[in-house]
Ligand binder design. Sequence first.
Ligand SMILES: Cc1cc2nc3c(=O)[nH]c(=O)nc-3n(C[C@H](O)[C@H](O)[C@H](O)COP(=O)(O)O)c2cc1C
Length: 337
Amino acid sequence: MDLATIREIARQKLSPACKVCPECNGVACAGQVPGMGGVGTGRSFHNNMEALAACRLHMRTVHDVVEPKKNCTILGMDLAIPVIGAAIGGISFNANNVMPEVDYCRTVVEGCKSAGVICMTGDGPVATVFDSGLVACRESGGYAIPIIKPREPEAVIEMANRAAEAGAPAFGMDIDAAYLVNMKRAGQPVFPKTVDQLAKIKRETKIPFIVKGIMSPIDAELCCQAGVDAIVVSNHGGRALDDLPGTAEVLPEIADAVDGRLTILVDGGIRSGGDILKMLALGADAVLVGRPLMVGAAGGGAEGVAFMLNKMAGELEAAMILTGTADVADVDPDVIW
Ligand SMILES: Cc1cc2nc3c(=O)[nH]c(=O)nc-3n(C[C@H](O)[C@H](O)[C@H](O)COP(=O)(O)O)c2cc1C
């Protein structure tokens, strides 16, 4: 299996939803939601890419780092590299119906598991989306983290407890989907959440609670107050609101505000091992990768997903050695030039 073949097969299967562009930056798919793009002009997606590209690395080669430590533990989960597959739901209407929802969940979860990491799964206007994640979670022995839309707190609690029963090591809520039109249209209303509602969800669930879609230090502070276990700094891959900054721009001030009180994950435009290292240097504990795993799944199944992750692992190792970084759990901010 090689990258060119995976990409060519993925292009044939995903077109027209995704053109598998040389750089996956949200330009060709701008406005394609439903689809694989970012909402409106697509600038939030594009800003994720620009923000990461604006960070240059600081090369250091006079040191003794030859076998950097790439594995880590996040919320009690052992990861071969500090990467988690991002949730991608709604395969039928977003991804050219490339495969049934349940097969997509099985494929990415299995691919992540074989690369030594874990994968988030999604939620949507039809029950199949969430339930497919639970199937993959159960079948894999708990390698999925189901992410629930910001429904009524009671509904989130009920779904989170189903996730726990399926063996999930954690669950999340993509709070940035608080105005998702297709949920409202399908009679599945979604809402922003108060600190008290977040605290109630945390209190009435049994596994670690991740709030996905935080873009402000104020909201990060409120998540700390609510007692959530982790946040994902994310603009939903540019799909929540137009004209948001790139996640790499807001991550440092969020990390400052959190000051170690909870785990910080981040996503948006992470395409290489160098990008992973940049996000760790900017304050994240681990990252999520979305669209590249869709390309891997469409072009090469579970093996294609693992291929994409192993490629990033190799690039991460190169970036660590060439910046003198010994451990992913201790990345010097000076790694950014
Ligand atoms: C087609 C598509 C569907 C998505 N569905 C979900 C979802 O159901 N739940 C969720 O939390 N995030 C969802 N996301 C957002 C991703 O989890 C992630 O935040 C984003 O894709 C990361 O950016 P990247 O694709 O540039 O890596 C979706 C993204 C895409 C492209």
